[in-house]
Design a protein around this ligand. Structure first.
Ligand SMILES: NC(=O)c1ccc[n+]([C@@H]2O[C@H](COP(=O)([O-])OP(=O)(O)OC[C@H]3O[C@@H](n4cnc5c(N)ncnc54)[C@H](OP(=O)(O)O)[C@@H]3O)[C@@H](O)[C@H]2O)c1
Length: 106
């Protein structure tokens, strides 16, 4: 489970996520690191070449302990991406960063 604030593409841009990335000086890079490690498992480490699909997902801004319940999404809405990724069909996408709206740029 990653976060769109870990997207290097978005951290380099002027989108709203950039502000969140700057505020979260450790959190955002921790997700960038997670994304990079995930890609290693997809492409060069022991799960590469297997039929195991390896993706990361972002739940969106969810009201949880993490943000003092300031998030605008419910936990049920946030959980949807995990269910989507856990139920991808055989041969589905791998090495992809998703949120509910679709593909997030790395
Ligand atoms: N909330 C958001 O807006 C948001 C947005 C983007 C991404 N995310 C990501 O979504 C994931 C879940 O976030 P959340 O908002 O649900 O956070 P949360 O409310 O802080 O919950 C974190 C959960 O992780 C568990 N945990 C923490 N450290 C652990 C450890 N060392 N070993 C085992 N379990 C551990 C906690 O268990 P205890 O309760 O037992 O401590 C808790 O159940 C995180 O990866 C977060 O970065 C969240």
């Amino acid at each position: 489970m990653s976060s769109s604030v870990g997207s290097l593409n978005r951290q380099a841009g002027t989108a709203a996520e950039q502000t969140a990335g700057l505020v979260a000086v450790a959190y955002a890079p921790s997700k960038t690191f997670l994304n990079a490690v995930t890609l290693q498992y997809v492409y060069v480490r022991e799960l590469s070449g297997t039929n195991i699909l390896i993706n990361v997902g972002c739940p969106g801004y969810v009201a949880t302990d993490l943000n003092g319940f300031r998030g605008v999404r419910t936990p049920e809405q946030g959980a949807a991406i995990a269910i989507k990724l856990a139920t991808l069909p055989d041969g589905g996408r791998t090495g992809t960063f998703f949120d509910d709206a679709g593909v997030v740029p790395w």
